[in-house]
Design a protein around this ligand. Structure first.
Ligand SMILES: [Zn+2]
Length: 303
């Protein structure tokens, strides 16, 4: 990334201000500090399940069912996520959406049971077939803390349904768009978008104060992909890692429902935007070679 992308958009600045760690130093086998994920309310229907720098998950509660977004690395880890969903709603999880394929995000899908429909982009499906097993073995070696109970993983997570650029899910009367707007972090990058509530689940295309992992990335295309996300004008955004970003209430198009106490503590303000579409304020600049309490060459590197 070069400085020419710094002023393009708040989304771009999140990633462009991140220092790129040495690809070869990307490892966190020594990272043993346990993190506690927290529920953060993003809108009436959307929740984040986010920690300091472990991979984030999210979910959307519809009228009759729940859509889970990413699953963590193992069924055991995913069950903690499911317990968090159960603390919000008794509705069944009927769909699981994979924002992209990196083993640390998807191999917990088996915990959701045989009746769930796993959805991914065609690019993600191709990646699973091409490099899924190699990626699993690599990530398990690099992130042992995140693969607790790996013996239970039944095999690679395979989607039941794939889409090219767009798939619309209706959770009752709530529209959720699954979009592949371009490549960046991986071949199959895709996002979940609730247009009526302006909530975006961005996967690892966006990290908040965590170094981005570009080992499988498409660097020349990444900024353009982010600009397409910016055009959605999200008011709440869950990054792949790091705290959720939320617009200050005064900047929102419609009044926001009261947030849970945890969201007040955990949410981060989204930069206020001008009518011209440029950022009046940018997200906090990620610290060079540091994020959260980790370092760019350690636990806050992302896949
Ligand atoms: Zn990733």
């Amino acid at each position: 990334m070069t400085n020419d992308c710094v002023t393009r958009s708040p989304l771009s600045s999140v990633i462009c201000h991140s220092s790129f760690p040495s690809m070869t130093s990307f490892a966190s086998a020594s990272d043993s500090r346990q993190q506690t994920a927290r529920l953060v309310q993003l809108s009436d229907n959307a929740r984040a399940y986010a920690s300091d720098y472990d991979p984030n998950c999210g979910f959307i509660v519809g009228r009759d069912s729940v859509l889970a977004i990413d699953t963590r690395a193992t069924p055991a880890m995913a069950r903690q996520f499911i317990d968090a969903i159960r603390s919000v709603t008794p509705l069944p999880v009927r769909h699981v959406f994979l924002t992209h394929y990196h083993a640390v995000r998807v191999l917990g899908a088996a915990a959701f049971g045989p009746d769930v429909t796993v959805i991914a982009s065609e690019g993600t499906h191709g990646w699973i077939r091409e490099r899924g097993q190699a990626d699993y073995e690599s990530e398990r070696g690099r992130f042992p803390r995140l693969f607790q109970g790996h013996e239970e993983i039944p095999g690679l997570t395979q989607p039941h349904m794939t889409f090219g650029d767009r798939l619309t899910l209706w959770l009752g009367d709530l529209e959720v768009q699954l979009l592949h707007v371009g490549r960046g972090h991986s071949r199959g990058d895709s996002v979940a978008w609730i247009p009526s509530q302006k909530v975006l689940f961005a996967g690892d295309l966006v990290e908040n104060q965590c170094a981005v992992y570009a080992g499988d990335g498409y660097i020349r295309e990444w900024s353009s992909t982010l600009e397409r996300l910016e055009a959605l004008a999200p008011e709440a955004l869950l990054p792949g890692r790091g705290a959720p970003l939320q617009a200050p209430p005064a900047a929102r198009a419609t009044p926001s429902p009261p947030r849970a106490a945890s969201s007040t503590r955990s949410g981060r303000p989204w930069p206020r935007r001008t009518s011209a579409g440029s950022a009046a304020a940018k997200p906090t600049k990620p610290r060079s070679r540091r994020c959260g309490r980790g370092t760019a060459s350690g636990p806050c590197s992302s896949t």
